[in-house]
Structure formats: C-alpha cells, structure tokens
Write a protein that binds this ligand. Structure first.
Ligand code: FAD
Ligand code: NAD
Length: 471
C-alpha cells in the first residue's frame, strides 16, 4: 500500500491534520491503534473529564443553593447511568469522526504502526481485522502518537485501587477516601469530580504550590475553595511508599512535618504525561528525540527526517488538544504550500476546576523571570454585578501589559467560566490590542466578560466600579 500522506495517530492532532490534508486534495491514510478515532482527548481525556466536571458543578451548585434557602432532598447517584451517559457522549463524537473521515475519503486503518524505514510503516492490526498488506509506504508521514500517563518509578501495585487518569475516568466507584498524587491539571480536575461525588480527597503535591507555572494570584482563590471541598492539600509532600492492604492502599507521605502513613480506598496518580515516541521504530528513520522523549521539530513541524513531521503531545509541551490540532493544520499547510509556521503569540490554557483558571500569552511570573518591563492591571470580581448575582465573587481578571507600548501581552482569569472568557484575550493578544482597545470595547452588561474591559479601565485608574486611582 502507498499513500501520499500517512498520519500516525488519530487524536485531535492527527485527525485535524488528516481531515485538512484531504480537504486540500491530498490522498490520506490515517493509522490509529484504537478501534475508535479521537485519541486521548476524546476517549480518555478532555471530553469525559469535562462531562464529569459538569456533573460535579451541578451537584455543587445545588448544594450551594442552601445559601438562598433552597434545599433538595438527599441525592442518589446511579453510577451506572453516569458511566452510560459519559460513554454515549464519547460514542457520539467518535461516530461523528468516523463519518467525517469517510466523507472526506480518508482511508482509516485501525492498526499499530511502526517505522521500518523513513518512508515505510509496518502495521500490526489492532484487532482481528484482516490486512491484505502490512507495509504502508508514503511520501510524507505526520507523527501524532500523543502521550500516556507518567508513572512514579517503583510504585506499581497489582491492584486496581491504584489508578491513572484513564482508570479514574471509568468511575469504578465512589471511594470513601481518594489520595491524589500530583496537584496539576488532572489531579485537581478529577479531585474536583470525586470530591463532588462524595469522596474525601487528599492531594499531595511535591512542589510548594498547586499548578506550577500558573501565576500565584490566580491559584489562590482556587486553592482557598479546594481547601474547603477537599479533605487535605499537602504541599511539598511526596509519596515514598504504597502498600496494598487488600481493602485499602497504605501510603507513606513525606512532607515538611516529617513522615506519616494513611489508608486510602483508592489512589490516583497524576504526575504528568510522557510522549509516545518509544517502540515506534524511530531508530529506522532520521527522527531525533530529546532527553524527555519529545520528538524534535522546527517551526514548520518538520522532524530531522525530511519525510516525517510531528505534531501534538509527542512533539512537545504544552500538551493540550487545541495546540495539537493547530500544529496538525500547520504541518499540512506546510506540506501543501511550503511556508506555514507554528508561531502563536498565545496558546490558551484552562484548568477546568471550580473556579476555573485560564490564561493566555505572557504570565506575570514569566515576565518577572525574563526581566521584562510590564505593568499588571487587576479587576477583582467582587466589583462585578454578575459575579455578585452568581455568588461567585472570588474571581479576578488580570492583564499583563507592556509598560512602554501599553500592548496586552498576557491575560489571566480565575473564576467561574474563565475558560470561555479567555478566547477574547487570545484574540486581543494575537491582534496586538492595547489596554485602551480593551477598555474602550463595549462589553454586554451584566456579564463576566465585562471584567476584561474593566481590567483595561483599572489599568488607567478609571474603572467605574473600582476606586483605584493610577499611581
Ligand atoms: P493523543 O490524543 O494522545 O492521540 C494519539 C493517538 O495515537 C492515540 O489515539 C493513540 O492510540 C495513537 N497511537 C499511538 N501510538 C500509535 C501507533 N504506534 N500506531 C497507531 N496509533 C498510535 N487538553 C486540553 O486541551 N483540554 C482539556 O480539557 C484536556 N483535558 C485532559 C484530561 C485528561 C484526563 C487528559 C489525560 C488529558 C487532557 N488533555 C486536555 C490533554 C489532551 O488530551 C492532549 O493534549 C491531546 O489529546 C493530544 O493530542 P494528540 O493528537 O497529540 O495525541
Ligand atoms: P501536570 O504536569 O499538570 O501536573 C503534575 C503535578 O504533579 C505537578 O504539579 C508536579 O509537581 C506533581 N508531581 C510530579 N511528581 C510528583 C510526585 N512524585 N509526588 C507528588 N507530586 C508530583 O500533569 P497532569 O496533571 O498529570 O496532566 C498531564 C498533562 O495533561 C497536563 O500537563 C496538560 O498538558 C494535560 N491536561 C490538560 C488539561 C486541560 O487542558 N484542562 C486537563 C488535564 C490534563
């Protein structure tokens, strides 16, 4: 078999690339080991986690209506129905991808591919599907094999009480107690789900703060709320041993106050993800990989092998679905007309906790580290009518502004719905908007989106709802 373009991996990077290539008239084969398209994001990542976070949010909001004097009868959770609904969402979207591939005449092969040469893959059918020809040659290949959960060395237990994110998303039960190792995206998102369902959640994070890399003033309101909803958040703490005790896992935790042990019904390990670059036969190509296993790529998404490009999680951080999809489109456009580059000013990131944290462009921490001349304008949501109406005044919107040009270089938001608010900021950064542009753009009232304009006004010391004269 020969194909003009082969895409290896059918996640959000791979299928976006394959579909665009077909739209541009290329003859495309998409090779995916899973029986369904969608990758980590659809099958065991973004979509199922956001479905469960939706359930968690509604559960929590109904509890919080007590502050309005509204109470519901005791809730009953039918986990089998929750799982069935989660699976239905995945099935609907995966089915949609299958049809989209067919309509575009993308040949989809469900098989595990590994390189035998720079222009040839060997295919191992993933199931009993017969394959007439197990060698697939190509003009170009886009490598989009994604990532898998990282493990803590020496902490593998032969018990399903020890879970990674994939296992946790299957909701095996509502454990009485859940130890979450890692206070990053997954630990906090899935911790939020299990806490809302009724588990006592303990998070241990080895660094001195949750969500490393995120500005501390954005993390603070989230942490304050999580401290109320979780059993415990232990910072500067590591798990040094895990022992299967049959009815529980015993964990030894080492933190600033010394060592202690605790028994947990289940343990979720969420200490990062590693790129899938091993076992792909890359040694038969000229592709090179860095010390962390990421495939080295240039701005056109080209690897060091002229026939192979790489995109998404396997090609470097941030490991986010929208970054993978964008890179996929860049790789295809580069193959099509030879100039496209991956050159964004802002890649938005959203932690879908409650409240959400979202940011784009330069962070304050990063600007300080790089010694850049910036000013920061903040608008606290306590001064927002909409936030007051929702009873969610802990939020904050901040702008990181170039001190000389007043151009907006970065935006950070913590608060309910921050993930949906950040897109305006991404557009503003990409379009080179100044703080004045944002402050003079009429936003609808009363909305949380207004806080972006109000942060612009706060920069000039003229925010209507905030008395904070410019220094
Ligand atoms: P993947 O989605 O990992 O897809 C790679 C595909 O390649 C897989 O389907 C795999 O089966 C296939 N493959 C691997 N090796 C082979 C082979 N040899 N042959 C054939 N096929 C192969 N990101 C967000 O932006 N927003 C979120 O809200 C979000 N939530 C997440 C929640 C969780 C719990 C997790 C785990 C991740 C989340 N992510 C989120 C990250 C997101 O899922 C990834 O960044 C994204 O899926 C990366 O896309 P990709 O196409 O590079 O790789
Ligand atoms: P992460 O990198 O976000 O967080 C891992 C955390 O674990 C870090 O805070 C790290 O300091 C800590 N850690 C590492 N080793 C530890 C140890 N031995 N003991 C205690 N703490 C330890 O990784 P993740 O949460 O596993 O998520 C993986 C990636 O998946 C994310 O980085 C992100 O790219 C992607 N993701 C994105 C979203 C989203 O966009 N909303 C959601 C989930 C996952």
């Amino acid at each position: 078999m020969h194909s003009q373009l082969v895409v290896l991996g059918g996640g959000p990077g791979g299928y976006a690339a394959a579909f665009l290539a077909a739209d541009l008239g290329m003859q495309v084969t998409l090779v995916e080991a899973d029986p369904r398209l969608g990758g980590t994001c659809l099958l065991r990542g973004c979509i199922p986690s956001k479905a469960l976070l939706h359930v968690a949010r509604v559960l929590t909001e109904t509890e919080e209506l007590a502050a309005w004097g509204i109470r519901f009868a005791e809730r009953r959770v039918d986990l089998a129905s929750v799982r069935a609904r989660e699976e239905k969402i995945i099935q609907t979207l995966a089915g949609g991808l299958k049809i989209l591939a067919q309509k575009r005449k993308v040949t989809v092969i469900h098989a595990r591919g590994s390189f035998v040469a720079s222009q040839a893959l060997r295919l191992e059918p993933a199931n009993a599907t017969p394959l007439a020809d197990r060698t697939l040659t190509f003009d170009h290949c886009i490598l989009a094999t994604g990532s898998v959960p990282a493990r803590i060395p020496g902490m593998d237990l032969a018990t399903d009480r020890l879970m990674d994110s994939t296992a946790a998303l299957t909701l095996p039960d509502i454990p009485e107690s859940l130890l979450v190792v890692g206070g990053g995206y997954i630990g906090l998102e899935l911790g939020t789900v299990y806490a809302a369902l009724g588990s006592r959640v303990t998070v241990v994070e080895m660094l001195s703060g949750l969500l490393p890399g995120v500005d501390r003033d954005l993390v603070k309101p989230l942490q304050a709320r999580l401290e109320r909803r979780f059993g415990e958040i232990a910072l500067e703490t590591r798990v040094t041993a895990l022992v299967d005790r049959g009815d529980a896992v015993e964990a030894t935790l080492r933190g600033p106050a010394g060592e202690r042990t605790g028994r947990f019904s289940r343990v979720l390990v969420a200490v990062g993800r590693r790129p899938v670059s091993q076992g792909l036969g890359l040694e038969h190509t000229q592709v090179s990989v860095d010390e962390r296993g990421f495939v080295r790529v240039d701005r056109h998404m080209r690897t060091t092998d002229p026939h192979i490009l790489a995109i998404g999680d396997v090609a470097g951080e941030p490991m986010l679905a929208h970054k993978a999809a964008h890179e996929g489109r860049v790789a295809v456009e580069y193959l099509h007309q030879g100039t496209a580059e991956f050159d964004p000013l802002a890649i938005p990131a959203v932690v879908f906790t409650d409240p959400e944290i979202a940011w784009a462009g330069l962070t304050e921490e990063q600007a300080q580290r790089e010694g850049l001349a910036i000013e920061v304008a903040r608008f606290p949501w306590a001064a927002s009518g909409k936030a007051q109406a929702l009873g969610r005044t802990e939020g904050m919107t901040k702008l990181v502004i170039d001190a000389e040009t007043e151009r907006v270089l970065g935006v950070g938001i913590v608060g309910v719905g921050a993930g949906d608010l950040i897109s305006e900021a991404v557009l503003a950064i990409e379009m080179g908007c100044t703080a004045r542009d944002l402050s003079q753009t009429i936003h609808p009232h009363p909305t949380l989106s207004e806080t972006i304009a109000f942060a612009g006004e706060a920069y000039f010391g003229t925010a209507t709802d905030l008395y904070k004269p410019r220094r």
